[in-house]
Write a protein that binds this ligand. Sequence first.
Ligand SMILES: [Zn+2]
Length: 78
Amino acid sequence: MRFLHVDPVSIAREACIDALTGFADASRELASSEWHSVLSAVYHNARACTEGNNIEPWNCRPGRVDRRMCGRCAELGR
Ligand SMILES: [Zn+2]
């Protein structure tokens, strides 16, 4: 995949979402709505989720990949 084409040193944590939208052309449905950290057992789908927004861009991946939904995202999605 070619979704992290940005410089991880120079980007802020918001860049995780920016990166997700940036590669949305490759896997649009998944990337635009769900993402996860390679270090976490949960996935996120709420842009307002502080935990999801705090994922370092270099640890951020699109989709859920067999993870369970983040508790905060579940509350935000209600
Ligand atoms: Zn979340």
